[in-house]
Design a binder for this molecule. Structure first.
Ligand SMILES: *Cc1c(COP(=O)(O)O)cnc(C)c1O
Length: 393
């Protein structure tokens, strides 16, 4: 059994491309070309060179000695927090901008909620000298002022989405409308393993450099390529998809997915999609999402903006439905306490998203000889104000 995408764009029953007819030509152009272009040696050489010299890859696999001693197991951290721009997202935006260039597109659009994907997109547009338009809900623009400022410094135009709840969902609608109206010169960069096929597979491939490096680094450090556990937080699921990718079909590697329980899974204020979600369509793909009985998407909540998403990508929906991955929900409080604990124990201030993944150490029991890899998806600089308010620092 394979847990990867099939030729029709499905992971089990999840995935596909549920899009308006007007969007067909754009998505079809991408579907027909993405594997061919990304397999070209010149593409791979340029991608690898930018990951190395611009992003700073390979990111280290760090043996966390004090954490390992406290939990009596071997804990390794994959240091995506050391990527340029502070998180894994840039691995994907570099891949997509190179693809856009080869498709002859000179105008880039994206949508963003918390602003992290907008910043990663504006960064690579600056790198390549391409026009960049980022759609963002009017409310999010107010909430995420530092990221809006970053995007502007990087030369992007931030366009407010004024309809609906004026948040991510509305920004997505605006970006899709733009793409329909500008099918020839415009490329739409999606920031996670979500959206219509081929986006989930394409983004997973660009992020799969994470597990490729983990294998090489573990072989060097432990004499074996495969960990016993690989743990990652899941918003849309791109850092997790990258960390799992080369282990998906090896069932000896246990996969743990960590979702945001917010104020508690059943509090009405959460983003625990596997626990609460039902099958539905969001952002052009069939997956698990939080919705009311009449199919309205439920407003998610998490203290971490990057996990505050009402669905998960189709790969993760299938990993959940098949039982291949174990899903664990972690509350705001647990994650925030881990943000402080990791800072004090290892000198690493994590993104609040990433802090969720560490709480698995309290929820599960590992053996002394187990190799446990936790994906430290990003650093906490962007979350400093949230930490300050929460802990009255
Ligand atoms: C955006 C973000 C996430 C969540 O996105 P995924 O696609 O699920 O990886 C997690 N961690 C950090 C640091 C982020 O910036």
């Amino acid at each position: 059994m394979s847990y990867n995408v099939n030729e029709k764009g499905y992971y089990g029953e999840f995935g596909g491309a549920y899009i308006p007819e007007m969007l067909y030509p754009n998505v079809e152009e991408l579907r027909q070309n993405y594997l061919k272009i990304t397999a070209e040696p010149e593409f791979q050489a340029e991608f690898d060179a930018l990951l190395k010299d611009y992003v700073g890859r390979p990111t280290p696999l760090y043996f966390a000695e004090r954490l390992s001693a406290q939990y009596n197991t071997k804990v390794y951290l994959k240091r995506e927090d050391l990527c340029h721009t502070g998180a894994h997202k840039v691995n994907n935006t570099i891949g997509q901008i190179l693809l856009a260039k080869r498709l002859g597109k000179n105008r880039i659009i994206a949508e963003t909620g918390a602003g992290q994907h907008g910043v990663a997109t504006a960064t690579v547009c600056a790198l390549m000298g391409l026009q960049c338009i980022v759609y963002m809900g009017e409310i999010d623009i107010k909430r995420q002022a530092p990221n809006v400022a970053r995007m502007k410094m990087l030369g992007a135009e931030v366009r407010p989405a004024l309809s609906g709840s004026k948040t991510l969902k509305d920004a997505t609608n605006e970006a899709i409308r733009d793409w329909i109206n500008n099918p020839v010169d415009t490329y739409y960069i999606i920031g996670s393993v979500v959206g219509p096929h081929p986006y989930p597979d394409m983004v997973a491939r660009f992020q799969s450099v994470i597990s490729k490096e983990i294998k090489e680094q573990l072989l060097e450090k432990e004499g074996r390529e495969n960990p016993d556990y690989v743990i990652a937080c899941v918003g849309g699921g791109s850092n997790a998809a990258g960390a799992y990718y080369h282990f998906l079909d090896n069932e000896e590697v246990n996969i743990i997915a960590v979702e945001a329980a917010g104020l508690g899974v059943h509090s009405g204020e959460s983003a625990a999609t596997s626990a609460l979600g039902k099958v539905g369509v969001i952002h052009g793909s069939k997956t698990l999402l939080m919705q009311t009985t009449d199919g309205q998407i439920t407003e998610p909540y998490s203290i971490s903006a990057g996990l505050d998403y009402p669905g998960v990508g189709p790969m993760h929906a299938n990993l959940f439905a098949t039982g291949r991955a174990q899903f664990i929900s972690i509350t705001d409080e647990q994650a925030m306490n881990w943000g402080l604990k990791l800072s004090k124990m290892e000198g690493l201030i994590p993104a609040i998203e990433s802090a969720h993944a560490f709480a698995v150490l309290d929820e599960m029991k590992f053996k002394p000889e187990d190799i446990v890899v936790i994906n430290l998806s990003g650093r906490g600089d962007k979350d400093l104000n949230t930490y300050i308010d929460y802990f009255k620092l």
